[in-house]
Write a protein that binds this ligand. Structure first.
Ligand SMILES: [Zn+2]
Ligand SMILES: [Zn+2]
Length: 879
């Protein structure tokens, strides 16, 4: 059974039994600061299990893409060396949120394995938690398992918990006996649960039935739930009769593909096999991570991605490959996995570009690192030391990306020791930094805001209104709660309800006024420090405002309209970019302000002028079609199923707001928008740049902003036309004419200068000195450009026929000299040697060929003296 079929039949089996098939979530966890990457099927249901979120279904089934690398679950070092460790894997699972429990979970699992997948019953073994009599009973009564095939294990193996506190419960695992041939210890007759590799765990059923409080006490959950996980690679190995995951159709074809690239054979040597397995796994992980929007970087998730890619590239080097190869394999992975993950086809080109760039960058870094290591070793050797300090090893490894085993190898060759303890200490510090960098914003919230949430929070009215009568429920000055605030004071004000939009999703907060019976406060900004509470940052202009009183809250309407135009414009831009450049375009950030918008997106190349024009035109056509902008609140799954674009890493509620422009765009968005696309007004791109590898930024204007810009352009044109004394339609022609005239004049000046220079020749050749039978002219000239000095000397030389000509001039405070020697004299005299001596006299240097040489110097006042010296120099050279 191939893996596509396994996936399909698993999901269908549970769909037939009333489960909703839910799409795999992105590998980027939705606002879960405890998690680096999604690593289990239940991640996307965490809030449902915790009762914080409701869904329209109570049972679900998924095939979830997962990555385990970095953070708590670090399997990176084992990958390639074992049969089962991978950084990327897929997890099949079925879930019950209070709908069914142990009996059904056990019956379903057994039926799927033995009936649907037809695994022989006598190869299956089951483990349960020591005290779980109920599970034991169901295994006996349902599947009718023999009592001796059910093994009882301790908490360590068969008790699951989400965290220190919260839902937890016993679990039950199903194992498969691969037979004695699979034993890595050569056991021929060992019994389950021997851990020699013969028995492989394929499915874990978790029975969530308790809630653990902070004292460790367990109380029963009101609605016990089911969470199961079956590793796709493992079950594929069983169903395909393979001992190793790497021999299944999920990984082996990539290995074979790599074999072709490196011209090696799989199975030929243990060490090259390890390399091939690492490459096959890492390229899968990199492909999926980049496709989900992660970019290699030096912190957080991007850092782990970079590490995975570099480990893969390094293995290629070990196999003798210097040129990029991983990017090529990523295309192959996309092709292989496209049935289950069609998005890989759309992002294929983009992913390959990102990987190739990283491969090239890494190659460059390695050569720099090598140089640094050589220098370090040389310095240490000079100082009589024989150990490379840990900080240095770490710097090479971390900053220079220089592989550790390279360092080890080279140190070995030079008989240098490595301070690995120091290195480990640095590494631990780095890990701590990495953990910090993805910890999110938790812990920054002033607990005082939480109190407002408990008191029902702030009701947001701003989708319908820009004005409201509201009650002041809280005033904070410097983070402390107060009863009232007076003229000239800055404060934070919380209202029971407000039309003010709090900054989020890139859209800036509203400004406006709060008017009380006794005072007026200007709202400078609005933000939401915690979900459910909206804070107005104010400056009291006059009078005072007190807790409990009614105020008139008024949003600055014109500013709000401009923000809305820019926000709707951003959505249209996003849609048009995807249509024009490809669906690999993903939003990486945005800023929606009243005067401009900024949109960051994943793409690998700068936009051409042609593309910018095309994008602008498409957007403006949509604007002028004046399509209604619709907002709707719906279930998240329904929204995703309809094709709404969601922002990765964003935590969405079960009910989401969807902003759509029919036939153009559909996005999950909480922002304020225009009523019709026509309200966006004219859209103009004013900037396009790169902000990081693989991420580009567009800056644009809409409506009034575009008008202001056009006005500026107009003034500029008018000024140019005025200065050119030409009507605006004639501007380009007038400029062309000016440039033409200028070229003409330049040529004329040049000709005149040449004429003036050459007119001096007659004077120069009048009475050359005779030095031992050689005619020598050494003179200072005036009214000549330095650029024309050579030509003048050559013409002078031509006139005297046989001889030496040295000419000098001063310009811009510098002396310039040239020397030429006629061909018949070049055996005896060398222009370069002459000029070298002369140049010394004017404080400069120079040289050249036997026939021609030139020099310059700063001591202009010694130029005459230098030219006079030429006669003696020539005389000496001739003797
Ligand atoms: Zn064994
Ligand atoms: Zn939006």
């Amino acid at each position: 059974m191939n893996s596509n079929e396994i996936r399909r039949r698993f999901l269908q089996f549970f769909a037939d039994r009333g489960h909703t098939i839910v799409k795999s979530s992105s590998l980027i966890p939705a606002q879960d600061p405890t998690l680096l990457f999604v690593n289990a099927g239940m991640n996307q249901f965490k809030d449902v299990f915790l009762g914080r979120e409701q869904r329209s279904y109570t049972t679900a089934t998924t095939c979830q893409k997962c990555v385990r690398a970095g953070g708590k679950h670090n399997d990176l070092d084992n990958v390639g060396h074992t049969r089962r460790h991978q950084t990327f894997f897929e997890m099949l699972g079925n879930f019950s949120f209070g709908a069914y429990f142990k009996k059904e979970a056990i019956d379903y699992a057994w039926e799927l394995l033995t009936k649907e997948f037809k695994l022989p019953v006598d190869k299956l073994w089951v483990t349960i938690f020591r005290e779980d009599e109920v599970a034991a009973e169901f295994w006996l009564s349902g599947p009718g398992l023999d009592r001796d095939r059910i093994i009882r294990l301790d908490e360590k193996d068969n008790f699951w918990q989400m965290g220190e506190t919260g839902p937890c419960g016993p679990c039950s695992e199903i194992h498969y006996d691969l037979g004695p041939a699979a034993s890595e210890l050569g056991h021929s007759n060992c019994a389950f649960p021997c851990e020699c590799g013969r028995y492989v765990e394929i499915w874990n059923l978790v029975f969530m039935q308790f809630d653990r409080n902070s004292e460790g006490h367990l109380s029963p959950l009101p609605r016990p739930s089911i969470d199961t996980g079956m590793g796709l690679e493992r079950v594929a190995s069983v169903l395909q009769g393979k001992i190793s995951n790497y021999d299944t159709d999920l990984l082996r074809p990539t290995i074979e593909q790599a074999c072709e690239i490196f011209n090696v054979e799989y199975g030929a040597s243990a060490s090259s096999d390890v390399s091939l397995r690492i490459i096959a796994d890492h390229v899968r992980a990199a492909t999926f991570l980049i496709s989900d929007g992660i970019i290699p970087s030096n912190e957080g998730r991007g850092y782990v991605l970079r590490k995975i890619m570099r480990r893969g590239i390094r293995q290629g080097t070990l196999l003798g490959r210097k040129e990029p190869f991983l990017y090529n394999l990523s295309g192959y992975v996309a092709e292989m996995m496209k049935e289950a993950y069609p998005e890989l086809i759309h992002t294929r080109e983009y992913v390959a570009r990102v990987i190739k760039t990283e491969e090239e960058r890494f190659a460059a870094m390695v050569s720099v690192g090598l140089q640094r290591l050589e220098d370090t070793i040389a310095q240490l050797a000079k100082a009589g030391k024989n150990a490379i300090p840990g900080t240095e090893i770490f710097k090479l490894y971390d900053t220079y990306g220089f592989p550790l085993d390279f360092t080890k190898e080279i140190a070995d060759e030079r008989s240098m020791r490595l301070d690995m303890e120091g290195f480990d200490a640095e590494l631990e510090k780095q890990r701590e930094r990495a953990r910090q960098s993805w910890k999110g914003d938790e812990g920054r919230i002033n607990p005082i805001y939480e109190k407002f949430i408990e008191k029902a929070g702030t009701h947001f009215l701003g989708y319908q209104a820009i004005q409201s009568s509201s009650r002041v429920v809280g005033i904070l000055i410097d983070g402390k709660s107060v009863d009232f605030v007076e003229t000239g004071t800055a404060a934070e004000i919380v209202l029971d309800q407000t039309p003010f939009y709090a900054e989020s999703g890139g859209q800036v907060g509203d400004t406006g006024t709060l008017t009380s019976p006794a005072g007026l406060a200007r709202v400078m900004d609005t933000y939401s420090p915690a979900r459910g509470v909206i804070v107005h940052k104010v400056q009291v202009e006059f009078g005072n405002l007190s807790v409990g009183e009614q105020v008139d809250a008024q949003v600055d309407e014109e500013r709000r309209l401009r923000i809305a135009a820019n926000h709707t414009g951003t959505h249209i831009l996003h849609a048009v970019l995807r249509e024009t450049l490809g669906t690999h375009v993903k939003q990486a950030g945005s800023l929606v302000a009243p005067d401009r918008l900024r949109f960051d997106y994943t793409h690998f190349a700068p936009l051409t002028d042609r593309e910018i024009e095309e994008i602008e035109q498409k957007i403006n056509r949509i604007v002028f079609r004046n399509i209604p902008v619709q907002t709707e609140v719906m279930e998240i799954n329904q929204a995703i199923a309809r094709g709404a674009l969601a922002f990765f890493g964003e935590k969405y509620q079960q009910q989401v707001r969807v902003v759509s422009i029919p036939e153009v765009s559909m996005e999950l968005c909480g922002g304020t928008h225009t009523r019709m696309t026509g309200d966006v007004g004219m859209f103009k791109i004013v900037g396009e740049s790169s902000i990081a590898s693989g991420i580009r930024r567009i800056e644009a204007l809409t409506g009034f902003g575009t008008y202001v810009r056009l006005e500026e352009d107009e003034n500029l044109l008018r000024e140019i036309a005025h200065n050119l004394r030409a009507p605006r339609t004639e501007i380009t022609r007038a400029i062309a004419r000016l440039l033409d005239q200028q070229r003409h004049l330049e040529n004329e000046v040049e000709a005149l200068k040449r004429k003036a220079a050459n007119s001096q020749i007659d004077t120069l050749v009048e009475s050359p000195a005779d030095i031992k039978g050689v005619a020598v002219v050494s003179r200072k000239v005036e009214g000549v450009d330095a650029s024309m000095l050579r030509e003048l000397a050559e013409n002078t030389g031509a006139k005297i026929g046989s001889g030496v000509v040295v000419l000098g001039l001063t310009s811009d405070g510098k002396a310039s000299l040239v020397a030429i020697v006629s061909p018949d004299l070049q055996k005896r005299l060398h222009a370069g040697k002459i000029i070298k001596e002369v140049a010394g006299l004017v404080g400069g240097s120079g040289g050249g060929r036997p026939d021609f040489a030139q020099a310059g110097g700063k001591n202009v006042e010694r130029l005459d003296e230098a030219l006079q010296a030429v006669y003696n120099i020539v005389a000496e050279l001739l003797s």
